[in-house]
Design a protein around this ligand. Sequence first.
Ligand code: 13P
Length: 266
Amino acid sequence: MTKRTKLIAGNWKMNNGSAETREFFSKLETWLASDEIGKKAAEAVRSGDIEIAVAPVFTSIHAAVAARQSELVGISAQNAYFEPNGAFTGEIALQMLEEAGCKYVILGHSERRHVFGESDDLLQKKLAAALSSNLLPIFCVGELLSDRESGRTNDVIKTQLSCAWQNADSEAVGERAVIAYEPVWAIGTGKTASLGDAQNACAFIRELTAECFGIKTAEKIRILYGGSVKAENSAGILAQKDVDGLLIGGASVEAESFARIIATAV
Ligand code: 13P
């Protein structure tokens, strides 16, 4: 069976300016270097058992890269545009993020979809561009409460993913794509999906991947759960067979609570 490295990623959303970012890294790296569990986590990163990432706002990416003392924590962007340059005021290219020191880029987060109106069609272009860049896309899917209540969870996930994957290259998907299942009703609400619901949705995403790209790609792709994750529930979620990591919002903004979640993954 293919080993999938667990990814523990923090999405700071619109939080943590440069000074807070420096403070976060100073605390997290001290924890990784000198706390007993922190040292275990650092060792797990070095041996490829887990990956740790944080996604600062664009203007804090430089501070994050400069504040890092080691490569133990990867940097992610929260969004990107699919064109490499041009007249796209307010947008940022994947190549620029890579140049700034990013390793990952979050795409299709529910706040991008529902607050900023990003469509499946736009996200398909973004994912295709990310898969042919050097960044690892963390592509988010998930249903609204009304979808879940009307029994449409799998339909929504299927529509979002099948649009996103049009024209995607199977090898690139298996090697580099990460999918995050984030039920919208669980984001920032304190309501977490039950362990069974998280597992079922992630297993369904793996099944869809197998249908689209074959079993080998499906075994390689990493699928994260996101939505009100905290240290009290993270171990149970991570223990689910098809859950390969976590995408954490509120509980990742401060180093102490992010570290407590990392501790449950090692
Ligand atoms: P919360 O962990 O704050 O619910 O946010 C989840 C999320 O949207 C991560 O991308």
